[in-house]
Design a protein around this ligand. Structure first.
Ligand code: C2E
Ligand code: MG
Ligand code: MG
Length: 395
């Protein structure tokens, strides 16, 4: 577009003039963008300088580096701006060739934009700290991850690992929990704790969550087709974020995923954290009822870490309470025993099952059974495995 404008702005061809005009056009573009998104410009300049000055990652140096960086930015801006201003004066005076009317209009727009950029440069020089207070190195890293996460699905960077859920008495596997991983191009394999909260805050969790559902259902269906003897009766649990629960068409989306992948609803379990289940009042409750009526089961994850209201617990259509691993870890104390027994009794009186999370020792396996918990998952049985390792484990 700029090249077309530049070409049509001169009465006769003159390449030096066109080059100058190109500079002007680019400056206009940068400045229009910066006017609309001044925060983005601040962020961009900060990212740019942080990348080029790794020592700003260090907290102690951050303030002094910020000042120095601000001066660098202003120098970087001032020199080309002065050159552009000179070129504009030449263009305006007609010494580089005669401009069309449209060309003259562009020159005057460019002149006012350059003036604005000059004022920005002066502000940076006078108040170097203001620009940097906006973004700390931690926030910057988070923002970078947030941006990269938006394209992680499209770039095929997400993976699912599967951790077996077993019967404590027989050690027989009766399902898997699908756990998300991000194969980041430079940072390696990232655990969900490093990016789920970012995805939730930015909203990309909705796209990611749908990908997880599709992938988990597709994978289990494939296994069931390939190895009906081994996988025919196994289920897969998928974690839902609280953001997903606020989608009124969540049940319709899940129904569609089941149709598309061919997996029967009885083999899909959905895990919702206690906090999400309790917080999402009426909308959440309706969505949970809709999900249940599809035929999928609902598990409450990390139970015991949130603030459950017994009233609400009774009202929700639940199938399993997953006892948080912090309680399982305390099973060698009276207190831990008491808490796990209390959760198991509560589940029994609600008519639902319990699964212990984070089982790591034989003693915990035995203690859990004596307290009325007969299903579990944890490193004692298996860590989360990639799909090839799952097939090796079962076949
Ligand atoms: P969670 O759903 O409670 O999953 C169990 C976590 O405990 C997993 O961590 C698992 O690797 C870990 N774990 C299992 N057994 C043991 C054990 O014996 N000892 C110890 N120390 N840890 C054990 P992971 O994979 O890092 O996932 C962390 C959390 O991230 C999950 O907790 C879940 O809340 C969330 N998450 C994972 N995948 C997804 C996803 O697809 N969507 C959403 N919204 N959240 C997810
Ligand atoms: Mg879970
Ligand atoms: Mg959990």
């Amino acid at each position: 577009m700029f090249f077309v404008l530049i070409n049509s702005s001169f009465r006769e061809p003159f390449c030096v003039t066109r080059f100058v005009f190109l500079m002007v056009a680019v400056s206009c573009l940068i400045n229009s963008v910066s006017r609309l998104f001044s925060e983005v410009l601040h962020l961009f300049t900060t990212i740019f300088m942080t990348l080029s000055k790794p020592y700003t990652q260090n907290h102690l140096d951050f303030d002094s580096a910020a000042q120095e960086t601000a001066l660098d930015i202003s120098h970087e801006l001032r020199t080309p701006l002065t050159a552009i201003q000179g070129a504009l004066d030449l263009l305006d005076s007609g010494r580089l060739g005669l401009l069309t009317e449209q060309g003259q209009r562009m020159v005057s727009i460019a002149a006012s934009n350059v003036e604005r950029l000059m004022r920005l440069t002066t502000t940076i020089e006078q108040e170097p700290n203001t620009i940097f207070n906006l973004v700390s190195p931690e926030e910057l890293a988070r923002l970078r991850l947030e941006t990269e996460l938006r394209s992680a699905v499209a770039h095929g960077e997400l993976r699912l690992h599967y951790q077996p859920l077993v019967s404590l008495a027989t050690c027989q596997i009766n399902g898997f929990e699908a756990l998300l991983r991000w194969q980041h191009p430079t940072l390696g394999l990232l655990a969900p704790t490093e990016f789920i909260s970012i995805a939730e805050a930015s909203g990309s969790i909705l796209e990611i969550g749908l990908w997880v559902l599709r992938e988990a259902c597709h994978q289990l269906y494939q296994w069931q087709q390939q190895f009906p003897d081994r996988f025919g009766n196994l289920s897969v649990s998928v974690n839902l974020s609280s953001r997903q629960l606020t989608c009124i068409d969540l049940a319709a989306q899940i129904d569609q995923v089941l149709q598309e992948t061919g997996l029967a609803a009885e083999f899909l379990k959905l895990e919702i954290t206690e906090t999400a289940a309790m917080n999402n009042a009426e909308v959440g409750k309706n969505v949970l009822h809709q999900l249940r009526s599809l035929g999928v089961q609902l598990y409450i994850d990390d139970f015991g870490t949130g603030y459950s209201s017994l009233n609400r617990l009774y009202d929700l259509p639940l199938d399993v309470l997953k006892i948080d691993r912090s309680f399982v870890q305390q099973l060698d104390s009276e207190r831990g025993e008491y808490l796990v027994r209390a959760i198991a009794n509560l589940a029994r009186s609600l008519g639902i099952d319990v699964i212990a999370e984070g089982v790591e020792t034989q003693e915990q396996v035995l203690k859990l059974q004596s307290l009325g918990c007969y299903r579990g998952q944890g490193y004692f049985f298996a860590k989360p495995l990639n799909s090839e390792a799952v097939v090796q484990l079962l076949c």
